[in-house]
Structures are given as structure tokens and as C-alpha cells.
Ligand binder design. Sequence first.
Ligand code: NAD
Ligand code: LMR
Length: 327
Amino acid sequence: MKQPIKITITGAAGHIGYALVFRVASGEMFGSDQPLILRLLEVPSALSALNGVGMELEDGAFPLLYDVVLTDDPAIGFRETNYAILVGAKPRTKGMERKDLILDNAGIFAQQGRAINEHAAEDVRVLVVGNPANTNALIASANAPDIPITRFSAMTRLDHNRALGQLAKKTNTLVSHIQRMTVWGNHSLTQYPDIRHCRIQGKPALDWVTRDWAIDHFIPKIQRRGAAVIEARGLSSAASASAAIVDHMRDWVLGTPPKDWVSMAVHADGSYGIREGLFFSYPVICREGDYAIVQDLELDAFSKARLAASEQELQEERAMVERFLRP
Ligand code: NAD
Ligand code: LMR
């Protein structure tokens, strides 16, 4: 029998948290043979709701769930944790961009980065979901100087999954027929969902759809999908976000499928000319808990301009949070 792993989920009483914790407890993230201990971290005012989540976890009688810790203390929430999923943060509402949240949420990720540095297990891996996710990952990692920066990532898997969904719908195929989708850049309006390297049933995606459709319809639709969900629901995405969190963590830890890659925002190491010191979404292949950025994809002038625009926006976000980047 495998040893139980510890998974911390912040904001566990929120909308995403409520859609996520039961999927994790059921084994969807790390497999049906992997026991786990959940550490759920909330703010004091949400502890009553968190207690309710705890009760429902007990009532779910999940065989893999060895223990559940409910707390508002980051030192307890991150103690010896192997996986930290940082969801807890303010969401945007109608009419806002994600970067409008930057100064409201930055302090959360600075504090949690420090707590992870001090209390988490040596092998901890961190996923940042709370928006603006790329820059919050930068803040958390900067406040955790003892943890390799490659153990931090931010979530663009929801954008990646949205891109798969829309391309499958347009081509009357299944998402399982599509490989090598890429979302580059920031989880924001400047993200670049790129089908130039995609294959559908083994053939180039651009044999199935026109470049004009990709530029005029597909790219803006994916870029604006989060806002469209907020417009329709009055609340930001939660079920699809929790599905993307499960996909992101499973592929990072258990590996990406053969001959395919996924999109993850990770520390830019100079790949594709992006300056170091930003979290940038790239195509990655994962094996045994490590990711490698897919190298040497050809970028045309249109693509290069899209990457540069997202890099510029991330640089501006970084400048706004400079004071949070020192532990
Ligand atoms: P929500 O308001 O429903 O829940 C957030 C929860 O976080 C609340 O319960 C709140 O009490 C808690 N929280 C706030 N500060 C905390 C702290 N310091 N420690 C622990 N918990 C804290 O919001 P939601 O819909 O669950 O969204 C959460 C975040 O995820 C938002 O920032 C949202 O924009 C973001 N998001 C990102 C993606 C993505 O693809 N990266 C997708 C969807 C949502
Ligand atoms: C999303 O993409 O759905 C989330 O980032 C929430 C939002 O604010 O759009």
C-alpha cells in the first residue's frame, strides 16, 4: 500500500474549492491506489462553511481519504504538505480584468509563499490558481527562496481545455482526437491559444479549419471565455476550473500522455526569448513530477507578436508587485 500524500487546498470553502475537494478525495487527481490527507486552509470568516465541507467529506466515505485537517492557520495548512493548490483569493466580477485583482490578492501569495517555504515537505509542488495566476505564482515563488522555482506553476490548463473544446466542436471531432494544443503567455486577454502545431486525428489542424477562423473567432473566444462565463453565471468558472486543476496536477505528477503535451505557466528560463523572472504559459511534457518546456517549435511573425504582447503585460504586472517579491 502506498504511503498517504498530503495535499493542501486553500480557499476550500469557496466555489472552486467546493467543486474540487470531492474530486480529489475520490482519487481522480492521483489515482485510485493513492491514499491522501487533505489540509484545507481558509480565512477565519469562512471556517463555519469549511466545517460544513469537512462534514460532507466524512459523509462521502471516501476510502482513500485518511484524514482531513481544517484550519485558518497557514503553518498548519502547509505543514509537511507535498502538493499545495492555491485557490483562495478574490475572484473578479463583471467588467473587471483579472489584473484588476492584483493588489487585492498579492499579499495572500506572499504570505503563503513564506509559509510553504517554512512548513511544506521538501518535495512540495505548488499550483497557483487565484488570479492573476501567473503573477501570483511569481510572488509565491519569490517568497519561498528555499524551494526550486521549477516546483511552482500557475494554471492555464483551463484555457488549454477551452481551446480543445472549441476546436473539437468546430471540426466535429472529439477532444481526444486533438493533440499538441498550446496556450502561450498570461492567463489573461493577451494569452495566445495556438493551433499551428495541433494535430487532429493525425492531420494538421490547419487542414481542418482556416487561419481566418483561428484568428477572427477561435483566439478571441478562448481569450474572453472567462468573462463570458462570468457574464452568463454572474460568477466565475468553478466546475471547469476544478476539472482543469485535476488535469494539471495529474499530468504534472503522473506524466503527460505519449506524443502529446499540455499547457502550464512555469518560470520562464529564456525559452522562446521570454525574459527570465516571469511565469509564462508554455507547452510542456511532464515525467515523474518534473516538466520540460517543449523546445524548437517554429513561430511565425503573428505568433511572435502574440508572445511579445503577453510578455509585455506580465512585465507590467511584475512591476506593480515588485514590493511583494522580497521574502
Ligand atoms: P470564491 O470567492 O468562491 O472562493 C475563494 C475562497 O478563498 C473563499 O472561500 C475565501 O474565504 C478564500 N480565501 C480568501 N483569502 C484566503 C486566504 N488568504 N487563505 C485561504 N483562503 C482564502 O472564489 P472562487 O470562484 O473559488 O475563485 C478563487 C480564485 O480562483 C479567484 O481568484 C478566481 O479569479 C481564480 N480562478 C482562476 C482560474 C484559472 O484558470 N487560473 C479559474 C477560475 C478561477
Ligand atoms: C477563468 O478563466 O474562468 C478564471 O480565470 C476566472 C475569470 O476571472 O475569468
